[in-house]
Ligand binder design. Structure first.
Ligand SMILES: [Zn+2]
Ligand SMILES: [Zn+2]
Length: 258
């Protein structure tokens, strides 16, 4: 699998980095499969430089905050009025916690399901596992102020066999998130709280907590993401490395192979 970072700024798009969005690609059955993971504010433009959106096979959203799903409404507009208007593309699976469909309609100002085209929306519940092409996707409850999911995605490894990527979405540290991350080849963990903050519970991880999550879950690689543009990422990464020495930082445009 190949994970391309479209954007990874935490909480809002930064001056040179969109909010959360990643494309996960894998080769199977003689073709490439493409799963879009989040489409946060500012990401729908740069997404098009990386992949033709009509070649996406599915969209996975962690929760309904704008930095994770705001540009879904723009993607809907692109499909309905862009170059593919009138073509007969199959519905695009859109999965996430309850309420994402309503968020898209709200941003669109739509009152009916036309505002959800081309998406085939299906809510996903914690503990649920689904197949999408070569990907096996399991959702777990994340600890955040709105319904939120972390995802465990198993798919074809670049070196043969199968590999596992875990994405935390936004979450505080919890046993459920440790459990879903267990033994992952790559953990993409948010660190939305600055290293200096005294933080309220149930919202984000610090760099140290992202590292603690990686250590407790026994993951192979840790990639720290969702650092807000106004936070110096160096101390966040140093904190994560105190717990997991090989931790890396997600940056826009980087491709991680799994
Ligand atoms: Zn966020
Ligand atoms: Zn959030």
């Amino acid at each position: 699998m190949r994970l391309t970072v479209i954007g990874c700024a935490g909480s809002v798009a930064g001056p040179d980095n969109p909010a959360s969005s990643y494309v996960l690609e894998a080769d199977a059955d003689g073709r490439a499969w493409r799963l879009l993971l989040e489409l946060g504010s500012g990401s729908v433009g740069p997404l098009q430089a990386v992949v033709d959106p009509t070649e996406l096979d599915g969209v996975l959203i962690s929760h309904g905050h704008p930095d994770h799903c705001a540009d879904l409404a723009s993607l809907s507009v692109l499909f309905r009025y862009g170059p593919t208007q009138g073509t007969d593309l199959p519905p695009l699976p859109l999965w996430g916690p309850e309420g994402i469909d309503e968020r898209v309609r709200q941003v669109e100002g739509a009152t009916d399901d036309a505002g959800l085209e081309p998406f085939a929306w299906r809510a996903m519940a914690p503990g649920e596992t689904r197949e999408l092409g070569p990907f096996t996707i399991t959702a777990a409850r994340a600890w955040h102020p709105v319904p939120a999911l972390a995802y465990r995605i198993e798919g074809p490894a670049e070196v043969g066999g199968r590999a596992t990527l875990v994405f935390t979405g936004d979450t505080d540290l919890s046993d459920e998130v440790v459990e879903v991350a267990a033994g992952a080849d790559l953990l993409l963990a948010e660190a939305g709280w600055a290293h200096r903050d005294i933080n309220p519970p149930g919202i984000h991880l610090t760099g140290r907590q992202a590292g603690e999550l990686a250590r407790r879950a026994g993951v192979n690689r840790l990639v720290v993401t969702h650092v807000p543009s106004w936070v110096d990422p160096a101390p966040t990464l140093a904190q994560a490395r105190a717990e997991h020495p090989d931790a890396q930082l997600a940056t826009r445009g980087v491709i991680f192979t799994v």
